[in-house]
Design a protein around this ligand. Structure first.
Ligand code: HEM
Ligand code: FES
Length: 352
């Protein structure tokens, strides 16, 4: 391998995710074919299978597309994001079965090879009513294949995150092609109202979640710009600071220690009053920042030592925008209590 890369380990959460996924896929296919055979006794088994795999692939594609914006709107959806690639690859495999069954059913018995037949048996690209919708499905499948084949971390490291991201943004092209595949194909052929309604709901859901997430990000960017205009400096994200620990940042030639504790963020000078020890490398013990050198303690919101001690260090204003931590580089006199920033609290605008 040309680039150093470390495989991500298999863990319990991933196994549960995959088991739920495979169970859901099998349940959907069984239910679809079983109910289909009951409701439409004239439909052949192969038609039901083609439809079961096709609609399932489309459902999985919708779920995959909704996970990204859901996570940007609410961090509790993040566990779904970490395993999204398994969902994507499963969706591709299901779509592949639908495609192979369709090609075998509609193109395997002619004079030309099935794949050629797919493109030459209908060339009425100028007609909406008889548009060669299967070619759209094939193009979408090729994109899904490219994404599934490069989904492993090995490719993320070798192709570079930027190229990898570009490839995976093509999922929206595939989505548009597939909506056209269904609208120009199955929906025109048998005017299936349920399929039309479900596709409509899916489209509205995907579009509105993306718009909502986009609006939230726009608000965050806007608040960030305003906060920066007011002198605040973005230093890290909340996740960069482990609970009850600090992060040292350099602001206006001063070293500042930003602490996370009990759902709050506060910042004090990094320099201990005793012998200039690095407070940001200490931990919060008993509610106090504890210097790693000789154990002097300071309250994180006021920078004062707990009674009977009287030492104090300067404090800094903090603010949170989304999960980004910002600190104002202007030091407040030692012992000045400043309101901590509360993690998870909805921001009502940029700080003044
Ligand atoms: C080579 C690629 C493909 C071919 C040849 C193909 C062919 C077909 C055909 C012939 C139908 C009509 C079936 C019927 O009405 O009985 C159909 C419907 C459909 N296809 Fe595809 N398809 C391909 C790729 C895909 C992909 C990649 C997806 C989704 C991810 C997809 C999703 C669907 C859906 C949702 C339907 C409607 C099913 C229904 O009638 O209930 N197709 N496709
Ligand atoms: S330097 Fe901080 S306790 Fe000594």
């Amino acid at each position: 391998m040309s680039v150093q890369y470390q495989a991500v380990g298999w863990n319990r959460q991933k196994r549960i995710y995959d088991a739920v996924l495979v169970g859901g896929v099998l349940a959907y296919l069984t239910l679809f074919v079983g109910l289909g055979a009951f409701l439409y006794p004239s439909a052949t088994a192969i038609t039901l299978q083609i439809r079961a795999f096709g609609t399932l692939a489309l459902v999985l594609l919708h779920v995959t597309l909704c996970i990204g914006p859901l996570c940007r709107l609410d961090r509790r959806f993040l566990p779904l994001l970490y395993n999204r690639r398994h969902l994507g690859v499963t969706m591709f495999l299901v779509a592949l079965v639908h495609s192979v069954l369709s090609i075998n059913q509609f193109h395997a018995r002619g004079d030309v090879t099935p794949l050629v037949s797919l493109f030459v048996s209908n060339t009425r690209y100028g007609s909406l009513a008889q548009f060669p919708f299967q070619a759209l499905g094939f193009t979408a499948l090729s994109i899904l294949f490219l994404m599934a084949a490069t989904s492993h971390d090995f490719w993320l490291h070798n192709l570079s995150p930027c190229v990898w991201k570009r490839i995976h943004m093509m999922v929206y092209v595939a989505y548009a092609l597939l909506v056209a595949h269904v609208v120009l194909g199955a929906l025109q052929a048998d005017r299936n109202v349920a399929l039309a309604v479900l596709l409509g709901i899916g489209l509205v859901l995907v579009a509105s979640l993306h718009l909502l997430a986009g609006a939230k990000e726009w608000r965050i960017d806007h608040d960030l710009r305003r906060a920066e205009l007011n002198g605040f400096v973005e230093v890290c994200t909340v996740d960069d600071i482990p609970e009850k620990h600090g992060k040292v940042v350099s602001l206006a030639d001063e070293r500042v220690a930003v602490f996370r504790y009990d759902g709050k963020i506060s910042a004090i000078s990094n320099v201990c009053r005793h012998q200039n020890g690095p407070l940001g490398e200490g931990r919060i013990i008993g509610g106090c920042v504890t210097c790693p050198w000789h154990g002097y303690q300071y309250l994180p919101d006021s920078g004062t030592s707990p009674p009977p001690f009287t030492d104090a260090v300067p404090t800094y204003r903090t603010t949170l925008i989304g999960n980004r931590v910002l600190v104002h580089p202007c030091a407040h006199p030692p012992g000045t209590r400043l309101e901590p920033s509360f993690i998870g609290q909805v921001e009502t605008g940029a700080p003044q």
